[in-house]
Write a protein that binds this ligand. Structure first.
Ligand SMILES: Cc1ncc(C[n+]2csc(CCOP(=O)(O)OP(=O)(O)O)c2C)c(N)n1
Ligand SMILES: [Mg+2]
Length: 656
């Protein structure tokens, strides 16, 4: 915060940063007034509960970038209504899930709500994926509301997936009425009966809480929201018994704007950023490695960061989940370093790196090419992460920085304004080397045959020119993960998202719906395999019912291809054609059409390039899901490298 703003703040004796009983500065001292909080939902007005404002006529003021949080008091509302008022303050307009008796009061409240919609999916797992996609596309909270028992157990995979990918998600699961606890009521989800869903979610969320009476509800809900939003983001679960959801609250205080806990991560100490800057500036063979934890930083400082690395000629690689955070068309981009990553990133790394700056990557298996010894060629390692426990988990780190990644990027940029490269000649040499590396790899890239069977590489090269501007690509788990990572060149603001934390198949099929609903102005494309598509493909119906113009590109090889290839690489016993991993060759075009989607098939090189412009246009004009089934050559294997042989094997020797 700048000094003038601080000084201004200090002069206002009654101003507090946050709190329910904020005292506001006297009228006239502040020129900028915060906009009025939203009016109460029509349903609340109709039903009669009264709303009062805790604030005076004077509303909280804007002080530079600092906004005081304000609250309104709802009177005589149900817990379910209060919950929605909280979500509205978080600017959530869509909740995903499937109804059931034990979540009915919340679903009814959603149905009555004038500004929020409840998107009912086909399977709770799919709806949790939708909430995940919604959160990724919008940066807001993803919310999923499911019933007790099977609703919760079905949602589990999607919730775990979001949590492991650090996506802010709230899952509210229904629960039988508290007076029925211990009676083996239908779908009771406690220790005394059924599956204890609070315990179940505890293992795959950052917090899992049972609400057992109305008064503590706002506090517990707010706590769950804080946990989901605190960096690293994650999932939070709240179990809401039906009688508590219906309980009337005489008075409840509800915020009118998103929680103030966002963006409150500690900034890196200037001395540490300076050390990182000097190490990079003096390095002979530096490398910046961006993980998904650098997403916010790149969205904020991407342009400045690009200017910074160009000034010092520092090459940039990304993890798979960080793909596209730095333009892959930039001459300093080495692409993805990791499983199915780029050969030139690998080569640069194998020649030795004297300073490796890791921004927002925990360096897990995807990111390190199955814990490749390549990474041990780095002399000095700087790792920046908001979460201390991930620092140093794979590499010994010489300069650990526990802080907001944005603050480090911002700091590096700031320091660069005061000084140039340490050794201009060294920089020019590096530039020449990187140019040569790029040209050599370009020359070594095989050209694709124009005739013959459609290969996944054709699909990628025909898709790539359409991933421009505001396109969000949701990549599933399967061979599409490898193909997208290896072949696509992502240039921001286009974005690519993966479900690598849990690595669950079927994620993209739901995520693309949530993403498109959250950001309708963006083009939303799911890249998936036929097995994954079959897992969650009934969600097409959800997209049709809600007029979601999501695009699906299905790599149809009629196999659980990644597993088929992997088993073959490890065992070598069965041919790829063995029916053991095949999918029975269903007609995916007719399947998609039967659910109301538009569907197309491509079987030859060139067809996708011709079809895509029409499909992109139709997705927007018809607002219906568009499914392109690409019948690909099942024999093509993405360049997974050691991953196939590493499954179940020992770790590579660190000294190797
Ligand atoms: C929910 C889930 N089940 C099983 C797996 C293991 N698995 C990883 S990829 C894969 C095959 C995916 O098949 P498909 O979607 O057809 O993609 P392909 O690899 O054939 O392109 C399987 C079974 C998984 N990752 N997630
Ligand atoms: Mg397949």
């Amino acid at each position: 915060m700048s000094q003038p703003v601080l000084a201004k703040l200090e002069k206002l004796p009654h101003a507090q940063a946050e709190g329910a009983s904020v005292m506001y500065p006297p009228r006239g001292t502040i020129s900028l007034l915060q906009e009025l909080p939203a009016p109460p939902p029509a349903s609340l007005r109709e039903e009669g509960p009264r709303e009062t404002r805790e604030s005076r006529e004077e509303l909280p003021a804007l002080l530079g970038p600092t906004r005081l949080r304000s609250f309104r008091t709802l009177e005589d509302v149900t817990v379910a209504d209060a919950l929605l008022a909280h979500l509205e303050a978080e600017q959530v307009e869509t909740v995903f899930g499937i109804p059931g008796g034990n979540i009915a009061p919340l679903v009814q409240a959603l149905r009555r709500h004038p500004r929020m919609r409840y998107v009912i999916g086909s399977h709770e797992g799919g709806t949790a994926f939708m909430a995940d996609g919604y959160a990724r596309a919008t940066g807001k909270l993803g919310v999923c509301a499911v019933t007790a028992g099977p609703g919760a157990t079905n949602a589990l995979t999607g919730v775990a997936s979001a949590h492991l990918d650090q996506v802010p998600l709230l899952v509210i699961s229904g629960q039988v009425s508290t007076e029925r606890f211990g009676l083996s009521a239908i779908q009771e989800s406690t220790d005394e009966g059924g599956v204890n869903t609070v315990e179940m979610f505890r293992h795959c969320t950052a917090s899992s809480t049972a609400i057992v009476e109305g008064k503590s509800f706002p506090r517990l809900l707010e706590r769950a929201l804080k946990v989901a939003h605190t960096v690293p983001h994650g999932a939070a679960h709240v179990s809401l018994p039906s009688n508590i959801a219906r309980q009337k609250l005489e008075r409840v205080s509800v915020p009118t704007a998103p929680g103030a806990w966002r963006g409150t991560l500690p900034s890196a100490p200037a001395s540490e950023v300076y050390a990182a800057f000097e190490l990079l500036r003096r390095a002979k063979r530096p490398l910046v490695y961006l993980g998904s934890g650098a997403r916010e930083a790149m969205e904020k400082w991407g342009r400045e960061f690009t200017a910074f690395v160009h000034r010092f000629c520092v090459p940039v690689a990304t993890s798979l989940r960080g793909k596209g955070l730095f333009s892959e068309e930039d001459p300093l981009s080495l692409g993805v370093l990791g499983i199915a990553g780029s050969k030139r990133a690998e080569q640069y790394m194998s020649e030795g790196v004297d300073v490796l700056l890791v921004l927002g990557s925990r360096l897990g298996e995807w990111a390190t090419k199955s814990f490749s010894s390549l990474f041990h060629n780095s002399h000095t390692v700087i790792q920046v992460d908001a979460k201390p426990s991930v620092i140093g988990q794979f590499l010994q780190v010489n300069l650990p920085i526990v802080a907001d990644v944005s603050s480090v990027v911002d700091g590096l940029v700031e320091f660069s304004h005061g000084s140039g490269p340490h050794d201009e000649r060294q920089v020019r040499e590096r530039q020449r080397h990187l140019d040569a590396l790029r040209l050599a790899h370009r020359a070594a890239t095989p050209t694709l045959p124009e005739e013959g069977p459609l290969k996944p590489q054709h699909v990628m090269s025909e898709l790539n020119p359409h991933l421009d501007g505001h396109t969000d690509l949701y990549v599933d788990m399967g061979n599409c993960t490898g193909w997208a990572t290896h072949c696509l060149r992502i240039v921001p603001p286009a974005r690519i998202f993966y479900p690598c934390g849990l690595s669950s198949m079927g994620w993209s099929v739901g995520a693309v719906i949530g993403g498109k609903l959250g950001r309708p102005e963006n083009v939303a494309i799911a890249l998936t395999g036929d097995g994954s598509f079959l897992m969650n493909g009934t969600e097409l119906l959800t997209a049709v019912r809600h007029r979601v113009g999501a695009i699906y590109l299905v790599l149809n090889d009629n196999y659980l291809g990644m597993v088929n290839h992997g088993e073959r690489a490890q065992q070598g016993e069965y041919p790829l054609e063995d029916p053991f991993f095949s999918l029975g060759d269903p007609d995916l075009v007719r399947f998609a059409e039967s659910l109301g989607a538009r569907a197309y098939e491509v079987t030859r090189p060139g067809q996708l390039a011709e079809l895509l412009p029409r499909v992109l246009e139709k997705a927007e004009s018809e607002r219906l899901p568009q499914v392109i089934v690409a019948r690909i050559d099942y024999r093509e294997v993405p360049p997974y490298g050691d991953r196939f042989s590493a499954v179940g094997s020992h770790l590579p020797d660190a000294e190797a």
